[in-house]
Ligand binder design. Structure first.
Ligand code: HEM
Ligand code: MG
Length: 260
């Protein structure tokens, strides 16, 4: 965490300082296609400039802000490193994550497909489609599954370069699970719709709406379980469904698919 962006008391209480600190990216700061990593940079849990982020900074940010355990944080950092085009990189920058078809994929919930333009910044009309599937004040995993498959179908129908690797598909499941059970509540598998809307639109933790750092640790087993659950809530799952883009979508997913 770079203390220069934090108020003076941050030196005394570094773990809590980011919750009370927020500023949007400046002209030289870079950001990601990931609303949560952008949020953590805006709060100063990650370097505010979004650049040259280390494993330790990633693990600490995810733990301090979201109670994600450091084993999972380190695992996610390894994926992030693959997006840095430099050989033998030991850091990544948030805009590296936008390099198309590594981790960044088509059919995002709040970003355009690369075919249409900028994959890094929030796109209101894409998000409007996602939001239309969050049909109650409390968003469930079923609503997240509905939104995800709807975005995939729209992209398939409109983007002539549509692509979705098995890894990207697994990421779509992880991302849709994450906004419900990492950012929301892993016990009930729900999240208040107002919180998620605020996160996506403002890239800020919605503490004024009642959000708090989750009390329970979030671990690899949780992610695995909720990705599997989300896939299994995605219907219809058959060979002719246009949303079935990869082998992983044509069958119920065994845990081993995700490698942890
Ligand atoms: C999207 C990476 C942590 C939630 C993304 C994308 C990448 C990414 C590359 C873009 C995929 C795309 O839509 O094309 C990472 C990495 C992380 C991380 C490397 C950790 C080091 C998190 C966490 C959350 C989260 C902790 C918790 C809520 C999301 C969501 C999206 C997303 C909801 C979908 C955005 C959209 O589809 O518009 N992430 N992420 N991410 N991420 Fe993260
Ligand atoms: Mg994308």
């Amino acid at each position: 965490m770079r203390t220069s962006f934090l108020p003076a008391f941050a030196a005394v209480t570094p773990v809590l300082a980011g919750f009370d600190t927020w500023s949007p990216p400046g002209p030289y700061d870079v950001r990601a296609p990931c609303p949560m990593l952008n949020t953590l940079a805006n709060h100063g849990f990650l370097p505010h400039d979004g650049q040259d982020i280390t494993r330790e900074e990633t693990e600490n940010a995810l733990f301090d802000a979201l109670n994600i355990n450091k084993t999972l944080g380190s695992f996610l950092f390894d994926f992030a490193l693959t997006t840095n085009p430099e050989a033998n990189a030991t850091t990544f920058s948030l805009n590296d994550l936008g390099n198309h078809n590594i981790l960044e994929h088509d059919a995002s919930l709040s970003r355009s497909d690369a075919y249409y333009g900028n994959v890094l910044t929030f796109n209101q009309s894409v998000f409007d489609e996602t939001y239309s599937y969050w049909t109650d004040e409390t968003v469930t995993l079923q609503m997240a599954a509905n939104a995800r498959i709807a975005r995939i179908k729209t992209s398939m129908a409109t983007n002539p370069t549509y692509a979705m690797s098995d890894l990207a598909n697994a990421f779509t499941l992880g991302e849709s699970a994450a906004y419900v059970v990492v950012f929301g509540d892993k016990t009930t598998a729900t999240v208040p719709r107002a919180w998620v809307k605020w996160l996506f639109q403002h890239e800020q933790l919605p503490q004024h709406l009642g959000w708090k750092r989750p009390a329970l640790s979030f671990e690899e087993g949780d992610l695995n379980r909720f990705m599997e659950l989300l896939q299994n809530l995605t219907a219809p799952v058959n060979e002719t469904d246009p949303g079935c883009t990869s082998r992983t979508q044509r069958r119920r997913i065994p845990r081993s698919h995700f490698g942890f």
